[in-house]
Design a binder for this molecule. Structure first.
Ligand code: B12
Ligand code: SF4
Length: 514
């Protein structure tokens, strides 16, 4: 069969700072290819809806598979599914990915017949089986693990048996030079491990994977890395180098192979402090940028987000990263209850530190614990506003003022790191990029005002809502974690970490799950 794999458009945040290859969809595409089907991949972050329609007309796929990791992309995908069925009524249309897994039934309803099924969980595990059912016996679709369809649902999704078995189909992307993060331009993505053993209340990374943690072997990683052409590498792991030994082994294998790249990763402050030697070694291998989810600059805020890491530890981690000469970006979560004074305190704090600060808005998502426990009433049912840049909970300030303050704060950070000031400090790098025809980084420096604008953010709330998100049930005090999981938890067995790391996680998490 001919299968077309589709990644939806970029959301607000990715229009400026970064744009990355759809690694998960590439893995699914490779599994499809290995099962003997013809595959084509289109990434709407870098191509248009017109390109998509043209592909439907010229290539006429039998099956169209959408990737939906982000809740805000749901309306776009539903509309594209409808357009697809109009153009090719015989085609089979399905959706997979992180967010699709948490709202499978609602997704089907929005599709009103245009979406044949949702495949929950890790796509590469059962996509070959689903395609076999589509080709030979459509009644078997509802028996495939992870499938939710109007004619029935299969058993719960299961993990892919061996993470080393499939490499991403990087060759299917037609515009690889469009992917970048900051000065890492161009930039490819890679995965070292999957899942997260912590259980922060605002996050669904751990609920998707049943609080498991699995690693890819250093040999496999180096084999994949050696094939990558791009000089920049974004490591997609939620928390890099939880298991220090694994990080060290990958680093040694890279050094032995003589691979020279520049890396970006995301981690926690306490992991950085626990595995200082690993991060130091990685600095020597080319680790240039690091993102630390600090989330709050007060103890109360940390407690709220269930991050059992003291402020002191976070600041110590920043200090250590600085000492290594690594550029650090941190994230803070702005709560809709912030007033003008609170924003001002944050602005002042941000100006005092050298780090890049990213501000996101506290947003409950289906699949998170917060979705079921948040006592405040959700104000919008528009999926597009659930991108952690809009306020969907009631704001203390009138909404226009909240956005004014939010954008003003982001602006302060923007002035610190974008525009002429950034170009001055990165002139050599920028010139190098332009020389090689890479324009993503330089363009990013001036795009801020066209994307971040309080009037535009406010106008987004006035838009007609084509598909309404189902609101959560009345708030609960405690949530049984098994209710949240997409992949069932295997408890301690599912976490491929040594006992001392398990104890470290236990001591720093705030949850109650198994
Ligand atoms: C890397 C990453 C990014 C990258 C995106 C890379 C890309 N182009 O896809 C960057 C940094 C750009 C990013 C940005 C954002 N992210 Co992000 N991101 C992640 C992260 C850490 C890992 C994703 C990843 O690459 N995993 C590795 C690959 C192999 O797995 P995967 O993509 O999930 O794919 C697997 C399955 O989902 C499934 N699958 C995927 N596609 C398909 C398709 C089909 C047909 C099938 C069957 C299966 C399938 O199979 C794949 C293989 O097993 C996740 C957390 C997580 N662990 O999931 C958050 C996460 C997905 N991001 C999140 C958010 C909120 C955002 C932002 C909105 C944040 C912001 N500040 O604005 C933006 C929006 C980006 C956009 N779309 O424009 C949330 C999503 C919440 C939600 N429910 O919508 C997550 C879950 C993090 C969290 N803490 O809650 N992100
Ligand atoms: S440490 Fe917390 S926020 Fe980070 S991925 Fe794990 S559960 Fe999510």
């Amino acid at each position: 069969m001919k299968v077309l794999a589709v990644h939806p458009s970029a959301l607000m945040y990715t229009k400026i700072y970064l744009r990355l290859e759809p690694l998960g969809l590439e893995l699914v595409a490779q599994a499809i290819r290995q099962a003997g089907h013809a595959i084509c991949l289109i990434d709407l972050q870098v191509e248009t809806h017109r390109d998509y329609s043209a592909l439907l007309r010229t290539w006429r796929p039998d099956v169209v598979a959408f990737s939906c990791n982000y809740l805000a992309n749901v309306p776009e995908i539903v509309d594209l599914a409808k357009l697809t069925k109009d153009a090719l009524p015989e085609s089979f249309v399905f959706v997979g990915g992180h967010s699709a897994s948490f709202i499978a039934e609602q997704f089907l309803e929005h599709g009103a017949g245009a979406i044949d099924c949702i495949l929950k969980g890790e796509g590469e595990a059962f996509v070959p089986e689903l395609l076999q059912a589509i080709e030979h016996d459509r009644t078997a679709i509802a028996r495939v693990p992870g499938v939710v369809s109007r004619v029935g649902s299969g058993p719960p999704p299961r993990f892919v048996e061996n993470l080393d078995a499939i490499s991403p189909a990087r060759d299917l992307l037609r515009h690889r030079r469009k992917y970048f993060i900051g000065v890492l331009d161009p930039c490819a993505s890679i995965e070292f491990a999957r899942g997260c053993p912590w259980d922060c209340s605002f996050c669904s990374a751990w609920t998707f994977y049943g609080r498991s943690y699995r690693m890819i072997s250093p040999d496999k990683i180096v084999e994949d890395l050696a094939r990558v052409q791009e000089s920049g590498i974004f490591i997609v792991d939620d928390v890099a180098f939880i298991q220090g030994k694994h990080g060290m082994a990958i680093g040694e294998a890279i050094a032995k192979k003589g691979i020279k790249k520049k890396y970006y990763l995301e981690t926690r402050g306490d992991v950085l402090l626990r595995n200082k030697d690993v991060f130091k070694f990685w600095k020597s291998l080319g680790l240039e940028y690091m993102f630390i989810g600090v989330e709050a600059i007060d103890e109360e805020g940390l407690l709220k987000h269930r991050k059992r890491i003291s402020l002191g530890k976070n600041f110590e981690a920043l200090e250590f990263a600085r000492s290594l000469g690594i550029t650090v970006a941190i994230n803070l979560i702005a709560d809709p209850d912030w007033d003008r004074q609170r924003f001002e305190v944050i602005r002042q704090w941000c100006l005092e530190i050298p780090e890049i600060v990213n501000i996101s808005v506290n947003t409950p998502y289906p699949g998170t614990e917060m979705w079921l426990t948040e006592p405040r009433k959700i104000q919008s049912r528009d999926y597009r506003l659930f991108d952690i840049q809009h306020a969907v909970l009631p704001t203390t300030l009138p909404l226009p003022e909240f956005y004014e303050e939010l954008v003003k704060t982001q602006q302060v950070l923007n002035m610190k790191h974008l525009g002429w000031r950034a170009l001055r400090s990165t002139a050599k790098i920028a010139a190098g990029h332009l020389w090689r025809g890479q324009t993503n980084f330089v363009r990013m420096l001036w795009k801020f005002n066209s994307v971040y604008n309080p009037a535009l953010q406010l106008a987004d709330h006035q838009k007609l809502v084509p598909y309404e998100l189902t609101l959560p049930p009345p708030p609960q005090q405690r949530v049984g974690h098994s209710l949240l999981y997409i992949h069932q938890s295997k408890g301690r067995q599912g976490r491929d970490i040594d006992d001392s790391t398990e104890q470290f996680v236990e001591a720093t998490r705030m949850g109650i799950s198994q």
